[in-house]
Design a protein around this ligand. Structure first.
Ligand code: PLP
Length: 428
């Protein structure tokens, strides 16, 4: 195999050094040490790049960008204004609100636009719990949530909210029996993510929501990774609040939404204008909202086909790597998981080094979530699933998207085999 690459120093004014390599081994050997030594400052340009980190973010879809363009140009009104400019923007926002609502089986008035999944999660937890009165003040959540929930829960706990965190089994699944024991009369809110961002495991949410409801608790779910990948219906799930983020489904970053069931009251986190029915003050990000709406409409139409296509490619990736690379295992539930997500552990390999080496070859995957990679900490999700420090550190997440092709999957299999072999050799 012949590899060509250009190594570009990122500091301005410095000239690029061109390097030609003759085989994968040489490329790995030379560039990897260069990469390790100067990782933050080196960008390597390659002929072929495979992006398998859709759970971190997805590229903006062309149809989404096209829908947004007028609202970055001629349609610049403030949707709160009563004149023609404002009403044009307001009409676009309400169309998008209906598109977002349709993706999850909600009513448009139940959608509150936010700056993303993080704000939606924070609004759900703080907004609901700070508004709840009496002896019902507790929060029940899980140990495998995204930091947007984990950190919000920690902050609430420091301020006096009783917090219980449910564990997971070896597949990353919560047990409804534990929910039944954890959700007592003192619990105001239960927040359980629908699909885990690192391993893709789906939670038995409707079962847990049923338990919570019979005990009188409100139910929130972080569906940021599930949206656009699996069918979602707030009624079938039995949830009262649900968080979404646009940039995971080909929409723009910096926009998301919280579904709040009619009749559920939340306290705003920011004070100002009466936007979003008084639940989230501030002038709306019209272009972002329009893009989000378009991404949701596309996702809804394509869900079934895209889901089975991604699952087939993901299964091929899993099967070929498990066949071709010894000492490899899957993390997460074999069936009950997102169709696009694959977490694999590689014995005797450091996941961060593997991710870096794959990047040198041209494959973008991730060790841990985008929010925690680079911290050097082992994944809290894998640790909760019972992996020891070495197992957790030796894992890598591949997350596929609509655009992923079979050719890219096959390229990735070869790249993983080569990189793992090389890292194991370097260790021995
Ligand atoms: N929740 C989950 C499960 C996520 O994976 C992410 C992002 O990775 C978020 C919340 C945060 O979303 P955002 O990036 O829109 O703030």
């Amino acid at each position: 195999m012949i590899w060509y690459c250009v190594v570009a120093a990122a500091s301005p004014g410095q000239s690029n050094k061109h390097q030609k390599k003759t085989d994968a081994e040489q490329r790995l050997g030379n560039n990897f040490s260069l990469c390790l030594g100067r990782y933050c400052r080196v960008i390597i340009e390659l002929d072929m790049r495979v992006y398998l980190d859709y759970n971190a973010t997805a590229p903006l879809r062309v149809e989404v960008r096209d829908a947004m363009m007028p609202f970055l140009g001629e349609c610049w009104g403030n949707p709160a204004s009563l004149h023609w400019y404002g009403q044009k923007a307001s009409h676009a926002v309400e169309t998008a609100r209906a598109e977002v609502a349709a993706l999850i089986g909600a009513k448009p008035q139940e959608i509150v636009f936010t700056s993303g999944g993080t704000e939606a999660d924070n609004l759900a937890l703080f907004g609901y719990l700070e508004g709840s009165k009496g002896s019902r003040r507790g929060l029940v959540t899980t140990v495998i949530e995204h930091p947007a929930i984990l950190e919000a829960a920690r902050e609430l706990e420091l301020a006096g909210t009783p917090v219980r965190r449910m564990g997971v089994d070896a597949d990353g699944k919560c047990r409804p029996e534990e929910a039944a024991c954890s959700i007592g009369e003192d619990v105001a809110l239960v927040s359980v993510m629908l699909a885990n961002n690192e391993v893709g495991t789906l939670q038995p949410l409707s079962e847990i929501a049923g338990i919570a409801r019979t005990r009188g608790a409100c139910v929130h779910t972080d569906a940021v990774q599930a949206a656009g990948r699996i069918f979602l219906d707030v009624e079938a799930l039995g949830v009262d609040m649900l968080s979404l983020s646009a940039h995971k489904i080909g929409g723009p970053p910096g926009i998301g939404a919280l579904y709040v069931r009619k009749g559920i009251s939340i306290k705003p986190r920011s004070y100002g204008g009466a936007q979003e029915y008084g639940r989230r003050a501030g002038t709306l990000n019209v272009a972002g909202i329009v893009g989000f709406g378009r991404a949701c409409a596309l996702a809804k139409n394509e869900l079934e086909q895209a889901g089975s296509r991604m699952a087939a490619l993901r299964d091929r990736l899993e099967r070929l790597i498990l066949e071709q690379v010894a000492g490899t295992y899957r993390n997460g539930h074999v069936l009950e998981r997102l169709p696009n997500t694959l977490s694999l552990g590689f014995e005797g390999v450091d996941g961060a080094s593997l991710a870096m080496m794959l990047d040198v070859i041209g494959v973008a995957a991730s060790n841990g979530s985008a929010c925690s990679s680079g911290t050097g900490k082992p994944s809290h999700v894998l640790a909760a699933m019972g992996l020891d420090q070495e197992g957790a550190a030796g894992s890598l997440r591949f997350s596929l998207g609509m655009e992923t092709t079979r050719e890219e999957i096959d390229f990735t299999v070869g790249a993983v085999a080569e990189a793992v072999r090389s890292l194991r050799e370097a260790r021995s």
